[in-house]
Ligand binder design. Structure first.
Ligand code: GLY
Length: 357
């Protein structure tokens, strides 16, 4: 079954409509401590299904995506006597979607769930495509499933409570989707600034719809990431290395920022190895430099960054560092590899483009 995508700011109405379509089952709302305080009270007013639901509140933060957090969630589902027909509504960002989705996918061999993302990052990425997971052994998303929700209800009303940094973090995934689509889409995304001079959630909605549609089409073709879904990893090999490097230095960076910087470096690699157009590389790099700044690295950091890339779970073996590269906008090439020398050369140019050298 393909997941339904509903774009609306009338979220309560949309939830009630879906719950009625599903036969008015028992409902569990999984929220984190932030969304339980800020979003839930409004939804309780706007939705009878939410008002009548059992609410399960999880401590906010990635620490909850653990075997202990999962066990607690299963326990709460058991306490409320959840049955196969129970519907789980995940109300939150990526953590809630991953954890609530995994608990729902595994409890009694699978409960249906509806994702209501409250961050731009979750709206454009995690709430679509069925990836669910918890972290394990210090590694992110090690245990999980591909289980699509029945629906995602995508709205911009919650974004006004997000910081500019959180909005830009989600917007980086929209730049990625535009790079996977075509030059016209990329042009629109680079001409828009979601936070300047004010948060522009009205202008964001049509771009968001188009962006989610890029992911929807890719996932429909390849849910379990055997082929074309790997295109969605564009920017993430180097981006994850930046993220791990920053975390190891105890100064973590937002995921989307790491992806924005990773995309610039991987566009350079794309130009070197696949002939990606230089003008487009420069336009994306200028947008990233102006809005995200730069992740500060020197050539002394390359060995540690490349060692981190070697450990990426997307690699077929520790010797090969795997990338998705682009021949041009809308033409990804999956399963590419690059040598440490090529990666070092790309990082040199990344530093130049973002004004670090
Ligand atoms: N975040 C990439 C994917 O869902 O495949």
């Amino acid at each position: 079954m393909k997941q339904k995508l509903i774009f609306t700011n009338l979220v309560g109405e949309a939830i009630d409509g879906l719950i009625a379509e599903l036969g008015n089952p028992q409902v569990a709302v999984v929220a984190d401590t932030n969304t339980a305080a800020l979003v839930l009270p409004i939804l309780v007013n706007d939705s009878k299904a939410v008002a009548d639901a059992t609410v399960i509140t999880i401590p906010a933060g990635d620490g909850s995506k653990s075997i202990e957090g999962l066990s607690e969630l299963w326990q709460k589902l058991s306490d409320m006597e959840a049955s196969r027909s129970t519907v789980v509504v995940n109300l939150g960002g990526g953590m809630i979607g991953d954890l609530g989705g995994f608990a729902a996918a595994t409890y009694k061999r699978g409960l249906r769930c509806i994702n209501v993302p409250t961050t731009l990052l979750a709206a454009v990425d995690a709430s679509v495509g069925g990836k669910t997971a918890i972290n394990f052994n210090g590694l992110k998303n090690q245990i999980g499933t591909f289980t699509e929700p029945v629906a995602a209800i995508i709205s911009t009303i919650y974004f006004n409570t997000l910081s500019d940094q959180e909005i830009l973090s989600g917007y980086a995934e929209m730049i990625k989707h535009a790079l996977l689509e075509d030059d016209a889409t990329l042009g629109k995304v680079l001409a828009f600034n979601p936070v300047s001079p004010l948060k522009n959630t009205v202008g964001l909605m049509p771009l968001l719809e188009a962006s989610v549609d890029v992911k929807r089409r890719i996932v429909e073709e390849d849910l379990t990431e055997k082929g074309i879904r790997k295109a969605l990893n564009f920017g993430h090999t180097i981006g994850h290395a930046f993220e791990s490097f920053a975390a190891a230095a105890k100064s973590p960076i937002p995921h989307g920022y790491a992806v924005a910087w990773g995309m610039v470096a991987e566009l350079v690699l794309s130009q070197m190895k696949k002939g990606f157009p230089s003008a487009t590389l420069h336009s994306v790099a200028a947008y990233v430099r102006d809005n995200y700044g730069a992740f500060p690295i020197t050539c002394d950091d390359y060995p540690a960054l490349i060692a981190s890339m070697r450990q990426d779970k997307k690699n077929a073996s520790a010797e090969q560092i795997n990338f998705t590269l682009l021949e041009s906008t809308g033409h990804p090439v999956i399963d590419c590899t690059a040598t440490p020398e090529e990666i070092g050369a790309a990082l040199d140019i990344y530093r130049d483009l973002l004004g670090l050298a």
